[in-house]
Every structure is written in C-alpha cells, then in structure tokens.
Design a binder for this molecule. Sequence first.
Ligand code: ADP
Length: 413
Amino acid sequence: MEATLRILVIDDDEVDRMTVRRSLIKAGFRLQVVEVENCTEAIVTLQESPFDCVFLDYRLPDQDGLLLVQQVRQIGIRVPLVVLTGQGDEEIAVDLMKAGATDYLVKSRISSDSLARVLRNAMRVYQAEMEAALANQRLRESNELLIHKNQELEIQRQQIQIQNIKLVEASRLKSQFLATMSHELRTPLNAIIGFSQLLLRPGKRTLLPQQQDMIQRILNNGQQLLALLNEILDFSRVEAGRLDLRPDTIVLSDVVNATVNEMRSLADEKQLELAVQINLRRPRAFNDPNRLRQVLINLLANAIKFTDAGRVSVSVSDPSDNMVQIVVQDTGIGIAPEDFDHIFEAFRQVDQSRSRKHPGTGLGLAITDSLVRMMQGSIQVDSTLGQGSTFIVQLPRAVPLPEEATASLLPLR
Ligand code: ADP
C-alpha cells in the first residue's frame, strides 16, 4: 500500500486549490493536503513540518512564486516545489527552475493524469537530488577525514624523522664511546700484559713456581681481555665506516699457515685435530694480510670453541683465476638453519642464555662479514645440528683499493 503523501497547496484561489486536491485524489494518491493562501503562511507552514511536495501558484497576493521559491531555498527548506503558472507565464519557467523549482505546470493543463505525472516526477527528481547531495556530503566528509589523516601522518613523519636524527646521534655517540673506551682500556692492559711477559722471561728465576703460575694467569686473562677489546674497537670502526683495508701482494699459503699455527695451541688444548689443505694453482693474491688473518682467526676460533671432539680443517683453493676460496669446517655442535642469518648480526649468539657455555661478544661474525664484504667477497654457512659447520668464504684474488672498499662497505647485517 502506498504511503500517505503530505502535500502543501499554496494558492489564494479556493477553486484552484480544490482542483489540485481533487485531481490528486482522483489519480489514486493517499493524501494529507494542507492549504494556504499566501507566501507568509506558506513559509511558516513549511518550517513547522515536512512535506512530500508543494504546489504553488505563481501569482500570489503578497509576492510572486519566483520570490517564494528563492526564499524557500535560501532558508534551506528541502522539498519538491512545483509551480502552477497561468497561461502566458511559461517564459518565467526557466527563472523558476534556476531559482530552485523542481517543475512547473500550466494551470489550464491540470488534470489528474498531468498532476500525478508531475508529482511522481518531482518526487523522483527530488529523491535523486537528495541522494546526490548526501553522496556529496559523504565525499566532503571523507575528504576532510583524509586531509586530517594526512596532517596526522605528516606530523608522525616529522616525529619519526626527529627520532631518526636522535637515534643516529645516539648510535654515533655509542660507537664513539665504544671506540674511546676500548682505546683507553687498551693502554693500561698493554702495560699489564707487557710487565707480566717481562716477569715471565726465562732469565728471571727469582719467582716461586706459584707466583709464576699467578703471573701466567694474569698474562692469559690480559690477552683474552685485549682480544675482546680489539673486537669491540673493530666493531665500532666498522659502524663508523672507519675500518680500512691495506692490501698488498701476499703468498696465501704463508698467511693461512701462520694463522692456523697461531691457533694450534687452542686446538691442542681440546685435543682437536687441526688440518690445513692448500690447493692453489696460483699462490699469490692481493689482499690485506692482517684483515685476512682476522677473518681466519674469527672462523677458526669459533670452530674450535664450538667443537668438543673431532677435527677442524681449513682448505684454501682457487676455483678460478680471479677467485680464492677459504673453507673452515668443524665437527662441532652445528647451527640450526633458522639461525644461519642471525649469527652474522652484531651481538647475536645462538645461545643467549646467562648460563651459556661458550664465552664471546657475538661480534666476531659481524666483523668477519663486514671485512669479507669490504674485500668484495661473500661468506656462507652450511651446518647440521650435532654434526658440524662449514663456513665458505669467497674472495676476489685482488681486493679493491681502500677508497673503493670503503665505498662498498654496507651496514652490518
Ligand atoms: P661469538 O663467537 O663471540 O659468540 P660470533 O659472531 O663469532 O660471536 O658468532 C655468533 C654465534 O654464531 C655464536 O655465538 C654461535 O652461536 C654461532 N657460531 C659461530 N660459529 C659457529 C660454529 N663454528 N659452530 C657452531 N656455532 C657457531
């Protein structure tokens, strides 16, 4: 069943009002019709309650229909307005529509059919206008929301930028602190190491065996501490981009053998076999012997540290003229595949518990990785838990000169 329509008829002529009412009823509408005779009453009535459509005479006693249409729209009353014009008033139809009338109908053509058509049409147009206005309103609102969100994002971006600057500064201060602290600590430590070595010299036999043992321990601990400090110092240099390569022509087997021999006593202490295999077609390379030694020492120290029984081996080969490969293999505890990437991150250790068995800073592999990358090489790990690990380092036979190397130094993984 159709809903009852509230219709306002504005006309000072009673017969005309009745014609409109009757025609609409005849057309089959359920209606509630309110009738007024002039503009003033019309405005008051329209402000009091809503209507589904308004039929207004163009010629009204207090002012014309055009003014009324303008006034209704000006005060923001939303309702379909159909103007009933007299014969000869059609030319003002355009002005009426511009002013906000929904439609117009010449009085002489009023019939129940024409009125029904105009009413339905006016309500449809009005409905479409309302929907468009609503959609527009929503668009405006979401636009405003977007502008607001954008402003918030911009504020957040600025805050992040400020945080970033602070973080970079904090990180710089931390690296500086690490560098200064390890440097300052090294001076007294070198004195401790130097004097204990002096006291342990074979010529001086004035020490009791117990005292000699104590001094040996001071020396061992001092050297351990120095190695740690050097690691921290190197790390802070890497972070600050101040670690450089001093390449020279080297005989690879000499560097490798000498380094392995340095580590032999550590392997012996744990009764591990330490083997070296050199398989080079061309013996020379162009690299920084100290940094290459450092890479090897880090890998060997780990291999020995994380192996309780079996063997550690180093093999050097040159798969091509421009490439050198160093493989350090052990039969130790191994590394789970999900840790392969993490172990190269600074301060990362697989076992980070307080009760961990193996000492260390967690910087060795981070520094090694950076050094290898400075040499424009690569490092890979392959490992099986409980069976052992293999670290494969591939390097160009001739590493880049310092400026190029520093430029290629990427941040630590
Ligand atoms: P650190 O040895 O000082 O702990 P590293 O950066 O050298 O730090 O190594 C990071 C971690 O990688 C080690 O703590 C260890 O968990 C793992 N790792 C490195 N080398 C080996 C290895 N040969 N066998 C087993 N685990 C290893």
